[in-house]
Each structure stands twice: as C-alpha cells, then as structure tokens.
Design a protein around this ligand. Structure first.
Ligand SMILES: [Zn+2]
Ligand SMILES: [Zn+2]
Length: 236
C-alpha cells in the first residue's frame, strides 16, 4: 500500500466505524459507511407491480390501483418509493435518523438517480415541528431533499410547508388514530398557486403524513403534489 493509501486508511478508520453492521465485514465505502459497498449495492427495490398512486405492492396482475386508492383517492397524485422499509435501507435509516449518521442522506437520495421522477416545480421536505427539530438537531427529510434538489435541479424550499401541531410518534398509533392526529398538523405559509410539488420523506408507513402534507399544499393552491420516499412499509 502506498503511503497515501495508509494515511487514507488511517483517516477513514478514525472517522467512521470499521465494520459493516449488516455483514460484519470491513467498511469499504466512505459515503455509505458504516454500511459496506457490497451490502449497499444489494439494496432491494420495490416489486415492479405497485399501486400507481400509493406504491403499495399489488398481488394481482393487470390492475393499477390498490383497494384503498380505489375507495378514496389521496390528495397526492403518486408516490415514488425506492424500496421496502427493511434490510439494508432500514439499517441505513436507523443510523441516519437515530444515530445521527447524517452523511447517509446523500447516498440514500442518490438512489433516486435510477428512478423516473415526475416533473415538479418545487421540492419540499416533510417538516418537523420546532420542538422535534430541536430534539433531533436536524430534519432527515430536508437532508434527503437537498441532495435530490442538487441532482434534479428542481428548486428546494424548506419553509413552504410547516408542521404547526405536535403529533404523537406515528408508530405508536393505529390507522384512524394516525389520520386524526395529523388533522391540521401541516400548513403552507406561502402561495404555491399552480405549482407541481414533490414532497420528500424518509419513510412512508400508511401514507397519512404525506396525504396531510398534500392536502395543505393543494389547499394553498398547488396544482399537484406527489411524494418521494426512500422506503415504504410493506406488510408481509
Ligand atoms: Zn456489509
Ligand atoms: Zn394505492
């Protein structure tokens, strides 16, 4: 190994943990570390046959929408979800969101270079309340949205949509409780008249959060709203 190589290896050992939490082999990719390059490359995708609106995998061939979206059309027009909230992505999001490994925002967002994203005038992250932002120190959706904006060249706005009401952790609530707790939780502070808006989140569980964001933006005059999420919960 060259002396530069040794210096770099030493520096990398200091700045990121040496072992991949998935395969326990040495971490060998800086931007995704501690997740190694092989595990990152193994990230699965959602199946091709998903609901054209909410991205739920469909069990029946030849249909385009799931039963929920047939029964009640959401305020968002479609969701682009990269993968299921499991395996490598689940580990990445846990490291990113709860252990503060913020550098993972970039490789997570860059996965969308492989995804066809509808045309949009504005990228908006799902906001946190001031209280939650202070607790966490950063908005994970904003970090993903920044990178998406960088490579798609769609302008980013972090103050178009605000979260104005504190809500319980969504994971602690059941379906209808989620929807009720989110009522009027988001508000658009500026006119978005005629704009096509991409709302970015890290994980979509039921879609209730994205739907409430879309409702607020449509109410403020948006032409249309769609969602971009790194991972979607899929019940097995
Ligand atoms: Zn690995
Ligand atoms: Zn659906």
């Amino acid at each position: 190994m060259s002396s530069l190589g040794r210096v770099l290896e030493g520096a990398l050992g200091i700045f990121f943990p040496a072992w991949c939490p998935i395969c326990a082999k040495p971490s060998d990719r800086l931007d995704t570390s501690p997740i190694c390059g092989a595990c990152w490359a193994n990230m699965s995708r959602l199946p091709a046959n998903v609901c054209q609106i909410c991205a739920k995998p469909l069990e029946v061939e030849g249909i385009s929408k799931c039963g929920n979206c047939y029964a009640e059309k959401p305020f968002y027009s479609t969701i682009r979800a990269y993968t299921k909230f499991s395996d490598v992505m689940k580990e990445a999001i846990h490291l990113f969101k709860f252990s503060g490994v913020r550098r993972l925002a970039r490789p997570i967002a860059e996965l969308f270079k492989e995804v066809e994203i509808p045309e949009a005038d504005l990228i908006v992250p799902v906001p946190l309340t001031k209280k939650r932002l202070t607790e966490r120190g950063f908005n994970q959706s904003l970090l993903i949205a920044k990178t998406l904006s960088d490579f798609t060249k769609i302008p980013l706005s972090y103050d178009t949509l605000l979260k104005v009401k504190e809500t319980p952790h969504q994971t602690t609530l059941k379906g209808t409780q989620r929807i009720n707790s989110l009522k009027n939780a988001f508000a658009s502070t500026v006119s978005v008249k005629g704009k096509r808006i991409a709302v970015v989140d890290d994980v979509m569980t039921t879609g209730a959060t994205l739907n409430e964001c879309a409702r607020a933006l449509i109410k403020a005059g948006a032409h249309s709203v769609f969602g971009i999420v790194a991972a979607r919960t899929v019940l097995e």
